[in-house]
Ligand binder design. Structure first.
Ligand SMILES: [Zn+2]
Length: 403
């Protein structure tokens, strides 16, 4: 059962930024909940602001959703461990597939490749942190690539989140090489060559981490979770840091051990409670969906090869018989070119597919055959008859289900 309650604040003209205002209202709201007969923590408080052009807030509406305590959720098998892969992994793979499908002579090829390399370097860094923590065999739940909605439309993205008895730890992985220099006023990270000249400039990872900590803290408060958040930037590449920030925490991988060991000893929530909380966070995870990719690179659909392709030489596959698809160029064969082709469609071309498009992709004549193929996949259906649209929930794996 879900209850909802709305509080409306008339504020006159207030010059607070929404974030600051939330902090001020938070205390008041939780006092109200504590004094009311509501015995469940709020699952979310959504703030709607009337903000005029000069960013003065005139009215603030707070909507609470009350759901049963997160502690009541039944523990799933294996909960608390890193389960599903990060959305970034799918995104990296989609860039790889787009390269194959546009071909090396396409004008966006280098653009796509550059983006792919940076996504894959990011994933490699996060995996180094995850693998190191797994190797430590600490009992605490670890979450990878968490996106939480803090206020409507505003998200916090966290690479690696570990839940410890007295608080949450954020590790922001930076997989960088070369010589790096942290600069202040304005805060930034400069990459320099051997002569000390700046070759690249990045946003300061310490600032990024501070934002993540502050936003996660707000999210915990809004969800009635008594947790504090801390964090560190973990350098996972071969970078040499010339000027580390005075106030910040920049770790190498090996420093994680000591950091976790010191915090893990403090008393607070039990492992079971932490696993339930991890589950609660997973259910609130709203991964950022970057698909379809062709729109991001402004590539018209006509410039991309959409049909089934050879996994060995990227040539077009021909259907030789009911069960066999063959590459005429290199003789590579497969019985299932469908899954890969559909995954590419959903990540590169469109969030939905209709029967006619399936027929065109695989050279099928009958709508019945296309429907039968789609029924093998756990797709979401919308509409009836000919206008039925099928969509893939990107957080699940697209695999053929045995019928
Ligand atoms: Zn081939």
């Amino acid at each position: 059962m879900m209850a909802q309650c709305v509080l409306i604040f008339k504020l006159g003209e207030v010059f607070f930024k929404p974030g600051t205002l939330i902090f001020k209202l938070r205390t008041l709201i939780f006092k109200l909940i504590k004094n009311s007969r509501m015995n469940a923590p709020p699952a979310g408080a959504f703030f709607n602001f009337d903000i005029n052009k000069r960013s003065k807030i005139q009215r603030c509406e707070v909507v609470f959703r009350l759901v049963p305590d997160y502690g009541m959720v039944r523990e799933k098998k294996g909960a608390g461990q890193v389960g599903s892969e990060s959305m970034a992994v799918l995104k990296g793979r989609a860039h790889e597939r787009l390269l194959v499908r546009v071909g090396s002579r396409h004008r966006s090829y280098l653009d796509i490749k550059g983006k792919m390399n940076s996504i894959q370097a990011g994933i490699a860094g996060e995996e180094k942190v995850l693998n190191y923590i797994r190797w430590l065999e600490s009992p605490w739940p670890i979450l990878w690539d968490v996106n939480l909605e803090v206020t409507p439309g505003q998200y916090v993205q966290i690479d690696v989140l570990i839940l410890l008895p007295t608080g949450a730890v954020i590790y922001e992985a930076k997989n960088m090489a070369g010589r790096l220099r942290f600069e202040e006023h304005p805060a930034r990270l400069d990459k320099v060559d051997e002569h000390g000249y700046i070759t690249d400039r990045y946003d300061c990872p310490m600032l990024q981490l501070q934002d993540e900590i502050a936003n996660l803290q707000v999210w915990f408060h809004l969800h009635g979770i008594p947790m504090k958040a801390v964090g560190a930037v973990v350098m996972t590449g071969s970078a040499v840091i010339e000027k580390p920030p005075a106030n910040g925490r920049i770790f190498s991988l090996r420093e994680i051990r000591g950091h976790l060991a010191a915090r893990g000893k403090e008393r607070g929530m039990t492992v079971r409670e932490l696993r339930q909380l991890a589950d609660y966070i997973r259910r609130h995870n709203r991964p950022y969906i970057a698909f379809p990719l062709i729109g991001r690179f402004s590539i018209p659909a006509e410039e991309v090869e959409w049909g089934p392709l050879c996994e060995s030489c990227a040539g077009r596959l021909l259907r030789k018989s009911e069960r066999v698809w063959l590459c005429p160029a290199c003789n590579w064969k497969t019985a299932d070119p469908f899954t890969r082709t559909l995954e590419d469609w959903f990540t590169l071309r469109s969030r939905t597919i209709v029967n006619r498009q399936v027929r065109e992709l695989f050279g099928m004549k009958s709508p019945g055959a296309a429907s039968r193929l789609l029924r093998f996949y756990p797709l979401l259906k919308d509409g009836e008859g000919r206008s039925t649209c099928y969509a893939w929930d990107y957080t699940t794996t697209l695999t053929r289900q045995p019928k």
